[in-house]
Design a protein around this ligand. Structure first.
Ligand SMILES: Nc1ncnc2c1ncn2[C@@H]1O[C@H](COP(=O)(O)OP(=O)(O)OP(=O)(O)O)[C@@H](O)[C@H]1O
Ligand SMILES: [Mg+2]
Length: 252
């Protein structure tokens, strides 16, 4: 399978603080890759570097075969980003938001593109209301819809479900799975272990500036010492694996 994203020895500092201390990972085309990490671990920093919003320090990052530092325009052509904080324009309606992005992307039929997205994301009834009146879940759906205008090959979702209620989270998960089934590569960050467990083909854990583990859920589960003396054999949850690796369970 082709590689969609390849990061090698990536470092990044903000002033004197080194946030990324040599990050390595690969994402294959068509997979859902979840980057898991606590608050402040550097997830958004990685997303910003991969989406050309921030320059890498040392190391290299390739997206869709292009180096983010030397060929940012080529990278931008292949990707879309749904940031941690919504990019929806609240004064515009859902439909107007979509039409605006379709125009910015120079698509030939912005109205049609908007109609299709509204339909696909279940926003047709709300299409002509200002986005300011949308619920958190609707806004997030619109946000993801906006990022899909123009059919990018790789989509970045930075904490796509933070702040959503359980129902809206499940809706976003469904959307992500559908996109993946359609062949889109998905790079998502999350603080929710169950989200990674639900969605991801592969999971990488970012901790103290490095990827400390990377693999499928099944592979991560194998790393965990098997339960021996238990009466009932219990599979470790990703949360247990995470805490065992990070080792900071009872420090508060
Ligand atoms: N522009 C900046 N200037 C200085 N420090 C920054 C800047 N952006 C981020 N940082 C610091 O870098 C670290 C990593 O931040 P980042 O936003 O990448 O984390 P994160 O994993 O996305 O966290 P969260 O889960 O809270 O979104 C944090 O300690 C943050 O305070
Ligand atoms: Mg973040």
């Amino acid at each position: 399978m082709e590689t969609a994203i390849e990061v090698k020895g990536l470092r990044k500092s903000y002033k004197d603080t080194e946030v990324l201390k040599g990050v390595d990972f690969k994402v294959k085309q068509g997979e859902i890759f979840a980057l898991l990490g606590s608050n402040g671990a550097g997830k958004t920093t990685i997303v910003k570097i991969l989406t050309t919003l921030l320059k890498p320090g040392e190391g290299t990052a390739n997206v869709n075969g292009f180096d983010v530092a030397s060929h940012p325009e080529k990278v931008r052509h292949a990707i879309s980003l749904t940031g941690q904080f919504a990019a929806v324009d609240e004064i515009l309606t859902g439909r107007e938001n979509l039409i605006m992005i379709a125009k910015l992307r120079h698509l030939t039929n912005p109205r049609q593109v908007a109609d299709n997205m509204l339909e696909r994301f279940g926003l047709t009834d709300a299409a002509d209301r200002k986005a300011a009146t949308y619920s958190g879940g609707m806004r997030r759906r619109l946000d993801i819809a906006l990022s899909l205008v123009g059919n990018p090959q790789i989509i970045f979702l930075d904490e796509p479900t933070t702040g959503l209620d359980p129902e809206a989270r499940i809706e976003v998960w469904k959307t992500v799975k559908e996109l993946s089934d359609g062949g889109t590569t998905i790079f998502l960050t999350t603080q929710y272990l169950d989200e990674a467990e639900q969605l991801a083909d592969r999971i990488a854990i970012l901790h103290e500036g490095r990827i400390i583990t990377d693999g499928t859920l099944a592979e991560l589960k194998k790393l965990f010492p098997p339960a021996k003396v238990e009466y009932v054999e219990k599979q470790p949850s990703l949360e247990e694996i995470f805490l065992a690796i990070v080792g900071k369970k009872e420090d508060k």
